[in-house]
Design a protein around this ligand. Structure first.
Ligand code: GRF
Length: 222
């Protein structure tokens, strides 16, 4: 049976599209089998419909609490029997119970070089700090926000003329291959997730894998 991915998203869905298109080009041995959201009108849900992918969006205001919302959403996620759950621009905090239910099987893509800049406004914060480099990280989801073991990163150089908008755009171009390559390694079994750790080719992953210019992930060599 093919490796099965469930995607959680709240926005335009360009990372979701990157996964679907990599699959269609034969570059990713994994199927997106469900898309789940807190925003019924978002681009990711529209894309899932267009592609005939099972989908569900629940409005938070239609749920009495975060726990009930997550119980409903994550029951639907479980029903598609995913091997991996990918948060790709899912902007809602996930309750601890729901994270625990999925721990070691859920990853998130975040637009910073974690542990730098968890949370929002990462591009402006990297610029404001005078950083020479910016980047994106794929990490294991744990109850603390943007804090689980970092699996892989893509880096870009910050230029003198960069603004938060140009950085966001340039970084997004690297996020897509980063997410596809990371999911590919997980689907192949080379990269294995634990609740608080990961292994790559059987050895503990001590530093994030790094995306090269050919869109392949490598262990960092120091
Ligand atoms: C990406 O920048 C991702 O890193 C962040 O939210 C954005 C989602 O973009 N978490 P998209 O909806 O996949 O286009």
């Amino acid at each position: 049976m093919n490796f099965r991915i469930a995607v959680l998203a709240s926005g335009r869905g360009s990372n979701l599209r990157a996964l679907i298109e990599a699959r269609q080009r034969g570059e990713l041995a994994a199927d997106v089998v469900g898309v789940f959201s807190d925003k019924p009108d978002c681009g990711a849900i529209a894309l899932a419909r267009e592609q005939g992918i099972e989908n569900l969006a629940i409005r938070p205001r239609d749920s009495p609490s975060r726990e009930v919302f997550d119980e409903q959403l994550f029951s639907a996620v479980a029903a598609v029997q995913p091997d991996l759950i990918v948060c790709a621009g899912y902007m809602r905090l996930i309750s601890e119970a729901a994270v625990r239910r999925c721990q070691g099987r859920m990853i998130n893509i975040h637009p910073s070089l974690l542990p730098k800049y968890p949370g929002l406004d990462t591009h402006a914060r990297a610029l404001g700090a005078g950083d020479a480099e910016h980047g994106a990280s794929v990490h294991v989801v744990i109850p603390a926000l943007d804090s689980g073991p970092v699996l892989a990163q893509a880096r870009i150089v910050i230029g003198a003329g960069d603004t938060p908008e140009t950085l966001a755009r340039r970084l997004l171009d690297r996020e897509h291959p980063l997410l596809v390559a990371t999911v590919g390694l997980i689907a192949s079994g080379r990269l294995r997730l634990g609740a608080d750790s990961a292994t790559f080719d059987g050895a503990p992953l001590r530093q994030p894998l790094r995306l090269d210019e050919d869109n392949r992930l490598h262990a960092e060599v120091n």
